[in-house]
Design a protein around this ligand. Structure first.
Ligand code: FAD
Length: 612
């Protein structure tokens, strides 16, 4: 963690200096303080030059219920926000999953039939964890409170309508029965499955309901079921399916319980189900084991439905206009909770949109950049819905059927998917074509930067290369040095740095006037030699730059392999002879792999997005 750049400040470095408040017009209005809205709000809160407001219909922060699965990919994103360690400390870690089925000799009793590792080795440096959505909200709220803008949700305000004008959006709100109106340059509807914003821009959720009722309950309980602290999928012969999700704190457990199939016109609310119905159903499925609830913390019943909208913004198809209104999270895609993706994909939407809005609002990118949000995130939602349909179908398949026996296999096969690391954005104006892939076989263009261990040159600290990114909307260029004596590696990097930082070069073109040299593109390097073979003072200026008000040197831009944890050149299939450059977007996705000297292509690509 770097701080004191602009002079010594005592106290908690996470608590940023508050920016003066002003009465400029609103840049971004976020509607809804769920996972999607809070991800976006927490990101924007770090930029005092952008005026953001977030309104929420509820009267205060959420306390319990709803989603709880946090994928490895979301943890990587939390690392960028700076609270992954807190989540790791507090959450339940999903290490293994177990599978239970009817005993072939006594089908009214369940037996354990399988046990699988939850996340394959090396998939991410982050674990798959379970933590209540309300606590995830709290983490974001803490980031916002400590940010320069001290952003807080405005609770008790419900958006009732909006109108898109030429240069802004006019929004009407209900605040304790009083109508209010606000104008903002951009509006983002993160207002859940019954989104008002979605309706106001004429988008509709389209898809299917599976007519299958499910119950979910968070319990403190007493049980003789031996796998209650494992994620367990239990399929009974005739009574349906239970999914056990152990929860944070060591005592709390969530049970998803399959209830009856619904008639085509029937809603689950018509059944007037009580939590006692859910507990009875769970006991029938778990026989010969049983549960006894000591405290019901939260419960709900719902129907599975997979739906999405045809676009995630207000720019109609074929229309060249840049969007003004966006929808994110459940407002534009809904799916069953059992694949554990609802919160994760919603946060991913917010993260994708955040850096694009920052770049546009700071005047560093053209508003047309915003069109990529709907295109990229709709493809992710579509893949999720396809996965979820298959998963829900297998879970509700009749006992003994072929589909039911495929469940364990499907779970293991799709581990990367549920870990959230299989998202791949297609080549576009924000993703390069994948033609230099052999230079870095372990970094896939369009996919998230798969972090690897390194040692920092200046202080010998072992760390993860991916952890250098922060929620600051900067692009990252990782330059991997070619083989050779240490001085030759340094010289190869120096030539690259000269080409990047020369007068009229790429950094000149994209770095805002008067800003630090790494304000738009953060160039970092990884050498192949041992970290004792070179000193940070040997490095070119761009890799040891002067920054900030006091012109202090940045010591944290150069790394070497960590032989004890694994050599990053081996682990990520990097071409040792040639070296290469890996360009990473502000949202941790690899925008492209390039030959080490190809500054011309890098410049053409980046100046097509960033204007400086
Ligand atoms: P939400 O979390 O729904 O947040 C939307 C927010 O917008 C809400 O806080 C809402 O109050 C606010 N809002 C709505 N309309 C307005 C308005 N007009 N003006 C201002 N604010 C507004 N997922 C699981 O994985 N497991 C579960 O067990 C599970 N259970 C769920 C139970 C319920 C009752 C619900 C609603 C969802 C559940 N989900 C579950 C889904 C999961 O919570 C969502 O996928 C995830 O929260 C989506 O995040 P979001 O930010 O898009 O929307």
């Amino acid at each position: 963690m770097q701080f004191h750049l602009n002079g010594f400040r005592p106290g908690d470095p996470d608590l940023k200096e508050a920016a003066p408040r002003d009465a400029r017009p609103l840049d971004v209005l976020i509607v809804g303080a769920g996972p999607a809205g809070l991800t976006l709000a927490a990101y924007l809160s770090g930029f005092p030059e952008i005026r953001t407001a977030i309104v929420e219909r509820r009267s205060g922060p959420m306390e319990k219920g709803q989603a709880d699965g946090v994928s490895c990919r979301s943890m990587e994103m939390f690392q960028c926000f700076g609270f992954a360690e807190r989540v790791m400390r507090e959450a339940y870690w999903v290490n293994e999953a177990t599978f239970w089925k009817p005993d072939p000799d006594a089908p009214d009793r369940i037996v354990r039939t399988g046990r699988v590792q939850d996340v394959e080795d090396g998939l991410s440096e982050m674990p798959h964890v379970i933590l209540n959505q309300a606590r995830v909200h709290d983490m974001y709220l803490d980031v916002m409170r400590s940010s320069p803008t001290r952003l807080e949700p405005l609770y008790g305000r419900s958006v009732t309508g909006l109108e898109v004008e030429d240069d802004a959006v006019s929004v009407t709100l209900d605040h304790a029965g009083r109508a209010e109106s606000v104008r903002a340059r951009y509006v983002v509807g993160c207002d859940g499955a019954r989104s008002t914003v979605r309706g106001a821009i004429g988008r509709k959720l389209v898809g299917q309901a599976a007519h299958q009722a499910w119950g979910v309950m968070d319990l403190l309980l007493d049980t003789d079921f031996p796998d209650i602290r494992f994620k367990s999928l239990i399929q009974s012969a005739d009574e349906g399916t239970v999914l056990v999700i152990p929860r944070e704190g060591g005592y709390l457990v969530r049970l998803y319980v399959e209830l009856d199939a619904l008639n085509p016109e029937e809603r689950v609310s018509h059944r007037n189900l009580e939590v006692t119905d859910l507990i009875s159903a769970a006991n029938r499925i778990l026989a010969p084991y049983s549960i006894e609830a000591a405290e019901v913390v939260w419960w709900s019943v719902y129907e599975i439905g997979q739906r999405m909208t045809d676009a995630f913004d207000d720019a109609a198809g074929g229309d060249d206009r840049a969007p003004r209104v966006f929808i994110a999270g459940d407002a534009c895609h809904t799916h069953s909770p059992k694949a554990g993706q609802g919160m994760n994909v919603s946060m991913g939407d917010g993260f994708n949109l955040a850096w694009k809005l920052v770049s546009v609002l700071r005047g560093q990118a053209d508003p047309s950049l915003l069109k990529s949000y709907s295109r990229e995130r709709r493809a992710v939602a579509k893949a999720l819905i396809d996965f979820d349909e298959e998963w829900a179908r297998l879970m509700s398949a009749p006992p003994g059927s072929r589909s039911q026996s495929k469940l364990q296999h499907y779970f293991a096969q799709h581990g990367r998917y549920t870990a959230g690391v299989s998202v791949r954005y297609e080549p576009s104006d924000v993703i390069l074509a994948d033609d230099a892939a052999p230079l870095a076989r372990g970094f896939s263009t369009g996919m998230r930067l798969h972090s690897a261990p390194v040692i920092r040159l200046a202080d010998g600290r072992p760390m993860q290369i991916g952890h250098v990114q922060r929620t600051d909307a900067r692009w990252l260029l990782l330059a991997f040095a070619p083989a050779g004596p240490p001085s030759a590696q340094r010289d190869a990097l120096a030539r690259l740095c000269d080409a990047l930082a020369c007068e009229g070069g790429l950094l000149d073109a994209i770095t805002p006037e008067g800003a630090d040299i790494d304000a738009a593109l953060d160039v970092r390097a990884v050498l192949q030699c041992h970290h004792t073979e070179l000193a940070i003072t040997d490095m070119p200026r761009l890799l040891f730059p002067r920054k900030g008000r006091l012109g202090l040197r940045d010591y944290e831009k150069v790394f070497c392999p960590d032989p004890r944890a694994g050599d990053i050149f081996e682990m990520r299939g990097l071409d040792r002879e040639a070296g290469c450059m890996v360009l990473v977007r502000p949202d941790q996705y690899v925008a492209g792999v390039l030959p080490l000297g190809d500054v011309a292509r890098l410049s053409t690509f980046l100046t097509g997005i960033l204007t400086g």
